[in-house]
Design a protein around this ligand. Sequence first.
Ligand SMILES: NC(=O)C1=CN([C@@H]2O[C@H](COP(=O)(O)OP(=O)(O)OC[C@H]3O[C@@H](n4cnc5c(N)ncnc54)[C@H](O)[C@@H]3O)[C@@H](O)[C@H]2O)C=CC1
Ligand SMILES: O=C(O)C(=O)CO
Length: 319
Amino acid sequence: MKPKVIVYKKVDPKILEFVQQTCEVVYFEELDSNTYPAFFQELVNADGILGSRLKVYADLLDKAPQLKIVSNMSVGYDNLDIAALTARGVMATNTPEVLNDTVADTIMGLILASARRIPELDQWVRAGQWKSELKEQWYGVDVHHKVLGIIGMGGVGTTVAKRAHCGFDMEILYHNRSRNMAAEEKYGATYCSMEELLKNSDFVCLLTPLTPETENLIGKREFGLMKKSAIFINASRGKTVDEEELIKALQTGEIAGAGLDVFVQEPINMDNPLLSMKNVVTLPHIGSATYETRFQMAMTAATNLVSGLKGDTPANLIK
Ligand SMILES: NC(=O)C1=CN([C@@H]2O[C@H](COP(=O)(O)OP(=O)(O)OC[C@H]3O[C@@H](n4cnc5c(N)ncnc54)[C@H](O)[C@@H]3O)[C@@H](O)[C@H]2O)C=CC1
Ligand SMILES: O=C(O)C(=O)CO
């Protein structure tokens, strides 16, 4: 008998066909108040689940006594309680590497958009404000030859460093749990303390996973250490930053601007002050959201799922 799996995110039909070769698939394009009851019903005898963002904690695992593998279709896995999964002998996998280039492109987009004020000026042109030669008040700041500080020099961080160093002649500072010799050798990145990085960077880019250690990693003290001209970029998770302190730092001119792909609450509340700040560029968590990369992520997640259910060790087993 084929193992039973639930795919709870919209994926390309080719992904479903691949999984169906070895598994019986129950498919939900998304989980919402309409589909949750059926999802929980199917969970009772599911061997595997594939999707993203679902909080897989002990309470959910209690409803899934047969579960053998949780295949997360993202590299970040702060939605999984790894200790609870391990205690029950359930494998968990993620999708690293395949998204590095796309996420790094998004981050360069945020850096350029905030430094050169692209969304703000787009609005200005469309509003019919471009009536004479551009005045100094609309100038931006250069990105090339500036200092980029990367906190969390892993797969995505290294790929951002490559673009920034090779394409924009930027000087790279980084802070990480351990030295990244490849980034140092290939992209001239310099390892430094968090404090040094914050004091000396023109752009501070946060790329750590969300863990108990990194929750609110950047707050009042850290914004206070940054240059007043600094632009803060966050594409990790909203909770790695104290969002209230970010808002204050932007309001008081402690920093010059921000480019944000992630927020404490997603989708963002329309009354979030960040949305009314001209010096903030906001994106709806689109880091990896291209057709090509989402397909690769889904195929990686499907391959992990099938491999785990066949009794092999999945390539991206979270340890
Ligand atoms: N906005 C988006 O759509 C996306 C967001 N992400 C986020 O970015 C995170 C990083 O992704 P990858 O680079 O693929 O992961 P990775 O695991 O390759 O790199 C993370 C790096 O952060 C470092 N790190 C962890 N804790 C740290 C700490 N306390 N201080 C300093 N460094 C620390 C690690 O040593 C590692 O080098 C993901 O966990 C996810 O939350 C990733 C992809 C897309
Ligand atoms: O992979 C992740 O962690 C994301 O946030 C979406 O790509």
